[in-house]
Write a protein that binds this ligand. Structure first.
Ligand SMILES: Nc1ncnc2c1ncn2[C@@H]1O[C@H](COP(=O)(O)OP(=O)(O)OP(=O)(O)O)[C@@H](O)[C@H]1O
Ligand SMILES: [Mg+2]
Length: 279
């Protein structure tokens, strides 16, 4: 009886679904990663391709090992978080270049509609600046109740997302408003608003960019994650800083272990203040 041999590994690899190379729209080029909008399996399924390019100044073997380790780490993290129901894009594929001269590694994930929270908050700050200038008010004085409620709602959802992440035992490692996406609930709401009015803050928070993430059961790590986010709000969106407590309300609601993490946050803040006093 003939034994059934599996096809050679190289055939399996070359037939694994790959992002469509003819359909790549660059959306972001950083030092560490390049992001493209592409499609996956069908031309109507948008996907995000994240490439970690090889670094020519690094030794090729070391370079390949590092980019591969980092993309794998990020991919494993996404996979685990999707399984646990945390709000992150689903992982669709991951691979790396086996050739030593080109150490690029890549992953493909679900495309998240909408945009980074940063963009929406920057629009909001611009809008408020206009209001303040028009009425001769000091910074932050032009925030009406309805505007405050909108931002508080957004901040609470952000806290809820981070609580879900920590509940799953993962620390993000780089929580900024660029790494939080705001996905509108409906297609109509997704229409890009470029106007000068107050921008919409409706939608779900989806966390991205797990390149620096790690598993941890330490309150200290969770507290530092929150502190990094607090500092990001303070430095990038000064008008939102006084509503940061709302992030912590959302965090408490979604994560049982929040009490000890929040207690630890007090210590981390204290250390941060001391450090900035010393200079
Ligand atoms: N799944 C996605 N869907 C839509 N847009 C995305 C997605 N992932 C990333 N982006 C866009 O690409 C930008 C950069 O992505 P990301 O934050 O992962 O890269 P990075 O900051 O360079 O990563 P790293 O810090 O790991 O080097 C994001 O701010 C976002 O605008
Ligand atoms: Mg990022």
């Amino acid at each position: 009886m003939p034994t059934a041999h599996p096809p050679p590994f190289s055939t399996i690899l070359s037939s694994t679904p790959q992002p469509s190379p003819t359909d790549l729209t660059p959306i972001y080029q950083g030092a560490e990663a390049h992001l493209y909008r592409t499609t996956f399996l069908s031309s109507t399924t948008p996907a995000a391709l994240k490439i970690r390019p090889s670094k020519p100044y690094r030794h090729p073997i070391l370079d390949r090992r590092l980019t591969r380790a980092r993309i794998l780490q990020e991919a494993r993290c996404l996979q685990k978080l999707v399984k646990e129901g945390v709000s992150v894009p689903a992982l669709l594929g991951v691979d790396w270049e086996p050739n030593a001269d080109n150490g690029s590694s890549w992953l493909v994930m679900e495309w998240v509609e909408g945009g980074p929270v940063r963009v929406q908050l920057e629009r909001w700050e611009r809008y408020l600046k206009g209001v303040e200038r028009e009425r001769g008010l000091a910074m932050g004085e032009g925030i009406e109740k309805s505007e405050e409620e909108k931002v508080r709602g957004l901040m609470r959802r952000i806290g809820g997302a981070v609580g879900g992440l920590h509940r799953a035992g993962v620390i993000h490692g780089d929580l900024t408003t660029s790494n939080l996406m705001l996905r509108p609930k409906s297609a109509e709401a997704a229409v890009d608003e470029e106007g000068e009015g107050s921008p919409s803050m409706e939608g779900d928070i989806v966390m991205i960019d797990f390149g620096l993430a790690m598993q941890s059961a330490q309150d200290e790590d969770r507290a530092v994650d929150l502190y990094v986010l607090e500092r990001a709000f303070g430095s990038s969106h000064p008008r939102t800083e006084r509503f940061f407590e709302e992030v912590l309300v959302g965090y408490k609601e979604s994560y049982k272990g929040s009490v000890s993490a929040l207690k630890r946050l007090e210590d981390v803040r204290m250390r941060g203040r001391k450090r900035s006093m010393i200079g």
